[in-house]
Design a binder for this molecule. Sequence first.
Ligand code: SF4
Ligand code: SF4
Ligand code: ZN
Length: 468
Amino acid sequence: MVTPPFLNAEVVLKRTMSRCPICRKPAPAQVLKVLQEGREKILMRRNCPCHGEHEFVISSDARFYWLAQGDPKNSSCGCGPTCSPAGSGGKEGYLGDNASNEAKHGAIEKLSTCLALIEIVDSCNLKCPTCFADSPLGVSNLKLKYYSVENIIQRIQGVLDLKGRIEILQFSGGEPTLHPDFFLLTELVRSNPAIDYLLINTNGVRFAKDEAFIQQMGSLFRKHSNIQIYLQFDGPQEAGQVELRGADLREIRMMAIRNCERVGIPITLAMTVNQITQNHLWETVTEGVKYNNVRGISFQPIFLSGRVPNLNRAEVLPSPITTADIILGLHDQSGGQVALDDFTPLPCGDPNCATIGWRFRIGEKHFSPSAVGIDIPKLQANLPDRVNYRIEDLKHCGCDNTALGDLMKSLEVKESNAFRLFIKPFMDERTWDEDRIDRCCTHVIRPDGKLDSFCRYYYGSVTESSCC
Ligand code: SF4
Ligand code: SF4
Ligand SMILES: [Zn+2]
């Protein structure tokens, strides 16, 4: 392993449980602040009993890492009597892969669920080489794998019985729009007053190509609102499209955006950020703001779950793309038009799990909140403790005396004037921090009806067997 050139002493920020990049099993880890290449960064160093020490930079700029802990027992590393807080005993008390499914499920159930995702179809009409759900190709009736309406509604009701309400429900897959009863399901969910918002996670193929589908979606949206499309969109540039999707699908994405705009359906663009698309973050923003119905972009650094091409875990894995890389990339690529202060961690869950930034757009122009003296991080204390905070929430916390409240009043700001820059770094073995799982608020409703953390569900459990 190559050790980076540290310029000064490392500072241990915390201990947690991570994963070994070779066998993917739990491995005790330290989170350290280090100085590399003249910048303070955050490093996670883990030690697998079989495969030794490995480290990855989990934040390329320490300013965008927030120290937070989950269950203190995660920091029990078994290093001896000085090991705090749980003392010796290795992973004693640690609720990782050794824990029973019941124990894991019980722990997740106690957490608040900001977003509940349900896969309604397993199959897909694309076969992206980077699909985190590893969805099989299957569009014909014979090959399409999907869940029955009864099964889906029963599982959703199970979560409602447990939690009382669901703030955001996300239909996912596979490609959810392939479900033969897609409109019935959408209607049933939107008619349920205990579900606030429905997100439809889609590759956009039906939205681009199926006029009858678009018309029916349009009338459904006019009837119910509170539906949004979460559209796969990896930037307007050619670079990276084939690597991510196996084909250049830009035309399909643009047709889907325009069709949704025509019938008034709002969209969040979901951009997978890899080493290539990382260079096109600002281009994606400037493309997205052109469309009135595009409400923002969700930047998702690529993570190593599901289908990952050419990945040989015995070799050196690439450095993860971190929240800091996205913020700094947007800042640099925009020539400073996106300010570092425009971003704040979301208050729900672990603060390293989601970061939000804003742009305001008026007509053709869009600008940074800090450019007009609005300090987004300072407003955070007044924001609701949930993922789905909207322009109304900013209005409420921006009372008469605040710059934001004044600005919004003077501009008569509407929902469509706000453009969200959302950063969602899901975890894999390079970045795994069990403390984040302990505070996870993004849950998958599994096929058995139980809830699990999105990261853990797609990463999968690695069975505990000795490997050395
Ligand atoms: S990433 Fe999405 S669009 Fe691509 S194969 Fe997987 S489910 Fe289908
Ligand atoms: S799914 Fe992963 S990244 Fe998202 S809140 Fe849960 S632990 Fe954090
Ligand atoms: Zn190992």
